[in-house]
Design a protein around this ligand. Sequence first.
Ligand code: DSN
Length: 480
Amino acid sequence: MSDLDALTSSAYSQALEVIASVEPRVAEATRQELADQRGSLKLIASENYASPAVLLTMGTWFSDKYAEGTVGHRFYAGCQNVDTVESLAAEHARELFGAEYAYAQPHSGIDANLVAFWSILAHRIEGPWLEKAGRKNVNELTEEDWEALRKELGNQRLLGMSLDAGGHLTHGFRPNISGKMFHQQQYGTDPETGLLDYDLLAAKAREFKPLILVAGYSAYPRRVNFATMREIADEVGATLMVDMAHFAGLVAGKVFTGDEDPVPHAHVVTTTTHKSLRGPRGGMVLATEEYAPSVDRGCPMVLGGPLSHVMAAKAVALAEARQPGFRTYAQQVADNAKSLAEGFLTRGADLVTGGTDNHLVLLDVSSYGLTGRQAETALLDAGIVTNRNSVPADPNGAWYTSGIRLGTPALTTRGFGHDEFDRVAELIVHVLQNAQPGTTKAGGPSKASYVLGDGVAAKVKDASAEMLERHPLYPGLDLA
Ligand code: DSN
């Protein structure tokens, strides 16, 4: 055991003892969570394993400090150390992504998107409106002014990718606030190929003329051409906002470059920091200088007090992502996704778009006679953690779904490579081929319950255990 491993093991063992002295059940659940994560195949495309340094950074007294405002301009006294860590997070993000400006305060990806929406509305609508009305700032507005400004702000259009094509809830999905605060339209994918059709998207944009064109996805297994997206946005006068939450690690690791790197093309880029980027749970906004002043007003306009302990951990994680090893990791994530997809295709499985060229695979489970929900729970019984996901034009809707989304970032962190991902595909197909839909209490076909063949779960768990032992999670972490 290295010195660093010994220190980490001792830090966690002692921390758990301190927690147990107050609420032993929390300490026990924390130990159990590690055991569960160590003992299962984690294939949720939006999850990963952050380093002990990142995790430890989150457990400090920075949590106790309020720091609304921005670096050097806080609404509270005594923020000098928060200023240090927030500045470091922003500096690492700017350097890593080549961004003009970075905002490390959002608590999550949804918060980052809300900050982006707010900043675009403030920059494109509120600012010009105030100027036209001859007001210096909002403090000068009369009641009549407010009425007119509210109408203007609340009358804007957003065009984003539909949920069942792989977009995110916050990209204008009707039930989400993004689909309620904006007049929204959605673009989908080609029904034959499952791929984005840029000509159709451009035609829709020309007709709809959105203020915001949102690009990015949470379940689309392909790369996006952001140069083309920017051309479309420019042609219709839209702001291009890219949500790279899922693939930020592939951008940071230079797997996505040129037209596939959103940062040089978009006005505003949002991300989470905990998915392929492998940092703490949180969000971030990158922007051009032009949008920086309005993004900076994210807290307290849209966000509550920034999580200073998480911003500190973002700085640590972004420093890690700037090390050369992260590029190797990111390339392996993409290579492993290809291995997983090939593993499925050679076993006759049905993949949306026929494959992948990013970090995720979307498996349509209809051919096994299952819903996504049945497949998700049958796989969980066998120790394989996935999430159900809609497929384009999904007949089972967003709750039961017809798909399973699988991602490679987490198991790649554990050291899985081509052979292991081929084996993972084999095990998943084995479970799905041996699962059958159950029946409802009334005797009809169920979309939720299922029957898994005798011994299947145990056999798959045994096969997984061998791989999991060969690639342990936090190998140096030995809890007393
Ligand atoms: N929950 C994230 C995902 O799984 O893609 C997005 O919000």
